[in-house]
Design a protein around this ligand. Structure first.
Ligand code: PLP
Length: 421
């Protein structure tokens, strides 16, 4: 039988356990407890998901109460009161006009693609192409994976949808040169590009590398000049994680469509959303085509009630602002670790979304196991969960704890990382 170890390790084939993973029995706040009684600090909020920490009593209460009321209705026939509340709250919090609820970040990106296609169909000038970036990750469904410059060739090869991949804006190349390449691509296919898709910070691929200053403003100007939509993938960065409700706000740029995911359900329920600007909403709502991209569980009352409570708490507790303050403390601490441990060659990020680039110890063979994975394992042994990424020039690790982490817990996190290094 074919070995399924790799797939099992990444949790894909759950009935063929090839690698023994610790079994989490319980989680509270930033803490995870395994079946052997060992505690871990969740330094990565699950997968940059658990913005409120685990088992938040208010959210647990909302789940209990909503489960006892109603958990599912056919969205074509009924709404739920929290659906309207969530849509309004999301719209007010982000400044985007329309909200379309789905179940995962990948579905939100797919919805963004479909809305962009539909927008140009409604204008009577269909455009079939999209541009995205070479080192990017946008999800695992066919459209989202085809946009993912990092994974599309490795996973889909020639089967990837014909989307064009732009050069790497996270590489340190001069912004003017990067924008000139985007312009050249837009000029090469006039009237063809429906959307330019980007991550404000490269998360899963590079480990929290922000776009260079000026690039996003330049993309906005080019999108306007060529009549193309700007599509922000804020699945990892949205909802306070970087210190703003949308990370694009750091550069004062408004996207035409934004995909949200992870932090919306905050680890309590699968839910995600595609948000559209007034102009896109007007076109697709007044047009002949019905809105596509519906999914059976999309916007179900349980997920919606949870997301509404998550968003209400995020806003009431001012978690975006505290992410900035705590992030500053964390980045200082990571820079101090970098001085002590030459293995850390770069520290970058925003809010509570940080990454460290790692160098192999001098003289080590290139055949040795990746340094990011080795640091992940060492951290796990010291009771800290962090995630490696391998899509960049160096190995990197992501450090993105829950936004509710306390100062003491941040200190524990840094101490455990120090020990692991
Ligand atoms: N977009 C970005 C930027 C992501 O980081 C991810 C997941 O890591 C996705 C999309 C896909 O989200 P999901 O795994 O919920 O489908």
């Amino acid at each position: 039988m074919t070995s399924l170890t790799g797939a099992a390790h990444s949790g894909l084939i759950q009935n063929k356990i090839g690698a023994k993973l610790p079994v989490v029995e319980r989680a509270e706040g930033v803490w995870l407890y395994d079946s052997e009684g060992k505690d871990y600090i969740d330094g990565c909020s699950g997968a940059v998901v658990a913005n409120l920490g685990h088992s938040h009593p208010h959210i647990v209460d909302v789940i209990r109460k909503q489960s006892a009321k109603v958990t599912f209705v056919h969205r074509g026939a009924f709404a739920s009161s929290s659906m309207y509340r969530l849509a309004d709250r999301l719209s007010n919090a982000t400044g985007m006009a329309g909200v379309w609820l789905v179940n995962s970040g990948s579905e939100a990106v797919e919805a963004a693609i479909q809305f962009a296609l539909q927008y140009f169909v409604e204008l009577g000038r269909p455009r079939p192409r999209f541009l995205s970036h070479r080192r990017s990750y946008h999800g695992n469904t066919l459209g989202a994976l085809s946009l993912s410059g990092h994974a599309r060739r490795a996973v889909l090869g020639e089967l990837a949808l014909d989307f064009n991949v732009l050069p790497d804006p996270y590489s340190g190349a001069p912004v003017d040169e990067l924008l000139a390449q985007v312009r050249a691509e837009l000029e090469r296919t006039p009237g063809q590009v429906a959307g330019i898709v980007f991550e404000p910070l490269s998360g899963a691929t590079l480990g929290c590398v922000p776009l260079p200053d000026g690039y996003l403003q330049g993309l906005r100007a080019l999108a306007d000049e060529f009549g193309t939509l700007l599509i922000a993938d804020e699945v990892m960065t949205g909802l306070g994680r970087t210190g703003r409700m949308l990370a694009c706000d750091h550069w004062g740029v408004r996207p035409d469509i934004a995909a949200l995911g992870k932090g919306l359900g905050a680890g309590y329920t699968p839910i995600a959303a595609a948000l559209v600007s007034g102009r896109v909403l007007d076109a697709i709502a007044s047009g002949s085509g019905s809105i596509r991209g519906g999914h059976t569980y999309g916007g179900n009352p349980l997920s919606v009630a949870v997301a509404d409570a998550v968003l209400e708490l995020t806003l009431n507790l001012g978690l975006a602002d505290t992410a900035l303050v705590k992030g500053e403390w964390l980045s200082d601490a990571l820079r101090q670790l970098a001085e002590k441990h030459p293995m850390i060659v770069d520290v970058r990020g925003c809010g509570l979304m940080w990454g460290v680039d790692l160098a192999r110890p001098g003289g080590e063979s290139a055949a040795a196991a990746p340094i990011g994975e080795r640091l992940r394992q060492a951290a796990l042994a010291h009771g800290l969960v962090i995630y490696p990424t391998t899509g960049g020039f160096n190995d990197a690790c992501i450090i993105a704890p829950p936004l509710t982490i306390t100062e003491d817990e941040l200190q524990h996190l840094v101490d455990r990382l120090d020990a692991a290094l």
